[in-house]
Design a protein around this ligand. Structure first.
Ligand code: ZN
Length: 256
């Protein structure tokens, strides 16, 4: 039995894997319902052994993903648990290389939000942290210059290098990468990332932009409890998705 199979059969691992499967599926369905994910893009989560990830398949619809549809890939992007012949997303390397480079990150989202992407194709209009919850990106939102699909580990490694210690990046003329400590936090960060881009876009239409200063962001940070905020918004979005019939009540790890 491989080390991974042994870990998987260990006490409590199945419960933890099931929880992560339900969280990744819920996060995907909610981001799809908010039009942040669409026909492409994906959410991944690091499994408790640290050396494998959960991610959806290449062509599974983001509108109908279930916990059991998720594949397990190793950190080289190879499918190790999933139906025979099934393909991981072409950009699985974006997830594996970021997770390899960032031990503090346990979940990664990649999507292609048109409005946020616009900031990568206009001169002198960088995507800045202008709303209070954009404090998450106070260190900056780097732009990865290579618009290619992140379809091998070398391209993924280069992207992880551009991300560095930041919590999000834009890929020029392509899309976004958001990283977080948990799937729940990743959902909330993804929502706030798109809100912040929309606010900045609207502000540019209205007039001269006055982004929050470093001191103002710091002030906000003093009164902000990230864990409490994540728990509140997760409950709101999951509750709404259950009411709308997007998430079944039987997903007991995520439905309180
Ligand atoms: Zn992409």
């Amino acid at each position: 039995m491989s080390g991974f199979q042994e870990a998987r059969s260990g006490t409590g691992y199945d419960v933890e894997e099931r929880r992560l499967r339900e969280e990744v599926a819920s996060c995907t369905l909610i981001l799809n319902s908010l039009d942040i994910l669409g026909y492409s893009g994906h959410v991944s989560a690091r499994l408790p052994d640290g050396q494998h990830i959960l991610i959806q398949s290449f062509d599974q619809s983001r509108a109908s993903l279930g916990p059991d549809d998720l594949l397990i890939c190793d950190m080289e992007g190879k499918v190790v648990v999933g139906p025979k012949g099934i393909r991981a997303p072409a950009e699985v390397y974006l997830h594996t290389e970021v997770l390899k480079a960032r031990p503090d990150v346990n979940s990664v989202a990649h999507f292609h939000d048109d409005l946020a992407t616009t900031f990568t194709i206009v001169k002198n209009k960088p995507l800045l942290a202008v709303k209070n919850h954009a404090i998450r990106w106070a260190s900056g939102i780097p732009v990865h210059p290579d618009p290619s699909h992140v379809s091998d580990s070398e391209l993924g490694h280069a992207l992880a290098k551009t991300l560095g210690g930041h919590q999000a990046l834009q890929i020029r003329a392509h899309g976004q990468v958001i990283v977080a400590e948990s799937v729940k936090a990743l959902l909330i960060d993804s929502v706030h990332f798109v809100e912040n881009a929309k606010a900045l876009y609207d502000a540019h239409l209205l007039g001269e932009v006055e982004p929050l200063t470093a001191a103002e962001l710091e002030d906000f940070g003093r009164t902000f409890n990230r864990d409490r905020h994540v728990a509140k918004l997760w409950k709101y979005y999951v509750g709404r998705a259950v009411d709308d019939g997007i998430i079944p009540e039987t997903w007991s790890s995520v439905v309180a």
